[in-house]
Ligand binder design. Sequence first.
Ligand code: HEC
Ligand code: HEC
Length: 200
Amino acid sequence: MKRIWPKLALLAWLCSPASSWAGSSVAAGIRNCTWCHGTGAQGYTVAPRLAGQQALYIEAQLRGYAAHIRDNPLSKQYMWGAAANLRTDTVRDLADYFASLPPKSAHDGRWALAAKGQSIYLQGIPDANIVACLACHGPGGQGVREIPRLGGLSYFYLKRRLEEWGQGYHSAPASPMPLAASTLGPDEIEALASYLSFVR
Ligand code: HEC
Ligand code: HEC
């Protein structure tokens, strides 16, 4: 009987990533995000997965929404309000929390296009001036620092994002993406979004 208590204490400690937030302003903040971003922040309808995303990228995007730099219609409709008035330390805590959650792959692209998408992702298409995405986003699509994880994001989200740079919307100051996406045609976008949705 005596030995059970240390085990329970250990269990409570192991569960603490969630419970240490309980009752704090951060816990309330997390709920304000997950009612759109889904259970476990795995994404839900038009709101993308945040689980496993690079913390510095999440922070940068939240600053971009608050400053109205990321300006596509869904940003305006949903995220300008959600990111307004967040304190700097709250932004950091939320980013660290979502980055720490294990991401699940959306698996919602077209499987038949995955091989073509993988080839573009890894090698680009030099003749068509299409850059290899791996150079920045990493071989497994995991991202680093302010470069986002792409692996396992949903097909529909990725496709929309890749189209939006061509439509003149902005995301981050001095972003390489408007240029990197400018040479992608609809077929390449579909293939890349399909491939990435299956990446674990
Ligand atoms: C009312 C619904 C809603 C709420 C509430 C909401 N979001 Fe969002 N969020 C969205 C939608 C929709 C998008 C996609 C918008 C776009 O493409 O710019 C998004 C995009 C994002 C992105 C960009 C992700 C990426 O991969 O580029 C981040 C980061 C984010 N939200 C964080 C948060 C955080 C943190 C909260 C809580 C403080 C929150 N969101 C609350 C709907 C919501
Ligand atoms: C020179 C570095 C670089 C290259 C090459 C690059 N990216 Fe990016 N990418 C970034 C950075 C930095 C961001 C974050 C800033 C932003 O959103 O504009 C980003 C953002 C993105 C996003 C937004 C993800 C989200 O969660 O909303 C997508 C999608 C994306 N890149 C896809 C691609 C694809 C596909 C390729 C290859 C055709 C590619 N990128 C090549 C640096 C790069």
